[in-house]
Design a protein. Structure first.
Length: 82
C-alpha cells in the first residue's frame, strides 16, 4: 500500500496537480480579465506547476490583459518539471 508521501511522488499525482492548477489559473484569469487569447491559453497550458503558482499569485493584483501579456513575456516557459 502507498504511503501519502509515496503517492505524492507518483506521476499520476503530479499530473493531477498540474491539471488542477492550470484549470484554476485559467478560471481566475477569465474572471479577473475576461476572455484570454488562445495563444495565451496555450502558453499557460505549457507552464510547469511552479510557474502556474507564481502566475496565480501575480494575477491577484492585475487589472488589465496587458499585465498577463507582460508576465508571459517575462516568464518564458521552461521545460515541464512535473
Amino acid at each position: 500500500m502507498f504511503a501519502l508521501g509515496d503517492l505524492r511522488e507518483t506521476r499520476v499525482y503530479q499530473e493531477g496537480r498540474q491539471a488542477e492548477g492550470t484549470e484554476l489559473v485559467l478560471r481566475l484569469l477569465h474572471r479577473r480579465l475576461g476572455a484570454i487569447a488562445p495563444q495565451q491559453q496555450q502558453q499557460i497550458l505549457a507552464l510547469p506547476l511552479a510557474q502556474l503558482e507564481e502566475l496565480a499569485e501575480a494575477l491577484l493584483d492585475w487589472h488589465s490583459p496587458a499585465e498577463l501579456t507582460r508576465w508571459l513575456a517575462e516568464h518564458p516557459t521552461v521545460a515541464n518539471s512535473v
